[in-house]
Design a protein around this ligand. Sequence first.
Ligand code: MN
Ligand code: MN
Length: 356
Amino acid sequence: MLADHTTLVQFLIEERRRHPSASGDLNGLILEVALACKAIANRVAIGALSGVLGAADRTNVQGEVQQKLDIIANDYFLRATEWSGQVAGMVSEELAEPYVLPSGYPRGKYLLLFDPLDGSSNIDVNVSIGSIFSILRAPNPGVDAITADFLQPGTAQVCAGYAIYGPSTMLVLTVGTGVHAFTLDRGLGEFILTRPMIQIPHTAAEFAINASNQRFWEPAVQRYVNECLAGKPGPRGKDFNMRWIASLVAETHRILTRGGVFLYPRDSKDPTRPGRLRLLYEANPMSFLIEQAGGAASTGRERVLDVVPDGLHQRIPFVFGATDEVARIDRYHREHNDSACAWPLYGGRGLFRAAG
Ligand code: MN
Ligand code: MN
């Protein structure tokens, strides 16, 4: 083995030795996902030269225009994992229904859930994008998974992680024993452990939110953001910076590195969508990582990992990052929901009272 480096393979084998209940199958599946991520990283790295930029002529199940890379990345995930007998089924942000494995392949004991390409709108502008994945135990190992099998709360995840395709490609994952980050060595084609046992810094000096939605926010979020903006002379007594990359993977990676808090809260913009981010493909895996790194993740009203999903493509409000900040935002939600005119009408003790 290389003297000062731990590869992903070595890490997983050593991790398994420390936790004898862990199965080799899970390691096999994680390595297949890592292979898909390396293949995607290769295509992303040469951008226009590999013909991956631009929109495809299709929309996905959510009615969003698919980018060419959404489809390519989805295919890499399916091809890398369908053959080996580790999974009983898969669901993807890009597929309306669970993916049924080709008939010739054995059905395994895990379920794989993924957002093959997160931050699609950033592809053409060469800003960091990523892939997100979550692994559950199949309730019925060995047979094709059905929709209900995937509707497990986030607490049931056995592994979650993401790859970030930035200036360098990294894989960040948890199997429930802390959060560990690996950097892709392109010469070796191996992920090398570069940040073991990541802990989110407690002091938050940055917040991330799409401020163009401000007029749709609930009073709790109006209050939180306004107190941050008020800076040193305000109630928080310190200055904050604001960040917004519009790529959940990149936002999460920044928070795991530098701390802070991210909000895509419930708002009144589209009453049919009580949030923007997908529970199964985005919020659950990121919440598992964030909690494993000593942070917190909430809908504003409850812990994300406790939410029992009611659909494959369910969206929820998502607030995560430094524990103290998330606790404060939860408290503001409770305080402002006590008012007579709670959601969807603004009122009561909100700093900003909408008309009506
Ligand atoms: Mn996404
Ligand atoms: Mn996506």
